[in-house]
Design a protein around this ligand. Structure first.
Ligand code: FMN
Length: 142
């Protein structure tokens, strides 16, 4: 099955607390297991960043559901790439609320969460986002 990886950024329509994120993640884990989607969802101050990986059709269909989901808006796809193997094989959907100290550890991430994020440079930022998302996945796995 051809695999793709997609990273997007979106804005939450309401500010979420950790417990409000939980319902998103409950149906997500179940659906993603069925659809063999893996990845990581980060949230900070009204901003989501998510990496999705799986079969092309499954990722595209999920992206359509997320775009139609009233809990987020202004979806900005940073990019997609074909994969031979997954970067997040063990995460049905890891999730993390990025703290101030996380941003200090991953300064390149400050940019993604700022209002001045430049979508024209999104393709340049794909690689930086992926590095930070992987670092969070490694931290959560400890
Ligand atoms: C930021 C964000 C990320 C989401 N990520 C996923 C996901 O990885 N997998 C998933 O199935 N649903 C995800 N959802 C939920 C979908 O938009 C949609 O509500 C869900 O897939 C519908 O599932 P259901 O028909 O089982 O209720 C996400 C929603 C938001 C707002």
């Amino acid at each position: 099955m051809p695999l793709i990886q997609l990273i997007y950024k979106s804005s939450a329509t309401n500010q979420f607390s950790e417990c409000q994120l939980a319902p998103i993640l409950t149906s997500t884990a179940k659906n993603n297991e069925v659809n063999q989607i893996t990845g990581m969802l980060l949230y900070r101050e009204g901003c989501f960043i998510q990496v999705l990986e799986g079969g092309t059709t499954q990722v595209q269909e999920l992206m359509m559901r997320i775009k139609a989901d009233p809990r987020n808006e202004s979806i900005n796809v940073l990019g997609t790439q074909a994969m031979n193997s997954r970067d997040f094989p063990t995460w049905c959907m890891g999730s993390h609320l990025a703290s101030d100290s996380d941003l200090l550890t991953h300064p390149s991430f400050v940019d993604f969460f700022s209002d001045s994020f430049d979508s024209h440079k999104a393709h340049i930022k794909y690689g930086a986002a992926l590095i930070a998302l992987k670092a969070f996945a490694n931290k959560l796995a400890l």
